[in-house]
Design a protein around this ligand. Sequence first.
Ligand code: ATP
Length: 286
Amino acid sequence: MIGMIEISNLIKEYSGKRVVDIQSLQVDPGELFGFLGPNGAGKTTTIRILTTLTKPTSGRALINGSDVVRDLSKVKLEFGIVQQHLSLNKDLTIAENLELHARLHHLPKAQRTKRISELLDYVELSEHADYLIDDVSGGMKRRAMIARALIHRPKLLVLDEPTVGLDAQTRRKVWDLIRKMNSDGTTVFLTTHYIEEAEALCERVGILHKGKMIAIGSPLGLRQKLGMVAVEMQTNGNGTQYRYFPDRSLAAQFVQGLPGTNKLAMRESNLEDVFVELTGQKVMES
Ligand SMILES: Nc1ncnc2c1ncn2[C@@H]1O[C@H](COP(=O)(O)OP(=O)(O)OP(=O)(O)O)[C@@H](O)[C@H]1O
């Protein structure tokens, strides 16, 4: 099967500093894949390479079989992108922004009107179609950006930090939309530095640290590898220490063997634990 995204030995350097160094990654058609890493890990740079905005220093990236450097015009038809910053025209309404984008994609007039009304309905913005961008909430702006990215029916939707800056309730609405697009057949590749977003949404995640992919798997698979149960021990002077166990009974055995002076907590492990164990750093910290 041809991967929707295929990366091999992909390197990007700025002034000799290596910010992306990914040996290999394949995202299959239909997947909902998350790229997890702290600020500065290289997520946006990787997205910029995949979406033809910047060229890799070396290595290869293919989108649905087309090379992001050599087959530029073909690649551009394969993906839609929602960038981290607001990239809508503030002087236009939501519908006008979509209209502008549809024209850029050379959709004939009759198709444009139909597609825009379909998409507004899809992202639940039909009632706000004539609102200026400045007058709508952050969540609506994000949904309008998603609608715009889908105008040409791309097979791959790339989302860079899709819920950054949104409140918890609005974030969940955007998650629902992402799940809906994915179950309707669109491959989704998103970046996030929110652990709960990766756990809630992604079938597979790749953990990026200092430009390198240090782990890849399902959130559950990565937790199983570490141990499903965490024991937290507060030690005098040494902060909190963590130990991981396959199940609660093994964790309980370990706890029973400890001197009674330590403050202890037993809980389920999570992706944050995986990240901290692999990098010695919290995702949100840097
Ligand atoms: N145009 C550029 N010139 C020089 N350095 C850059 C450039 N773009 C990114 N970098 C550097 O590359 C590294 C990776 O940045 P990148 O934006 O890809 O990280 P990120 O994981 O997406 O983080 P964020 O979520 O903050 O965008 C950072 O150290 C950044 O300073």
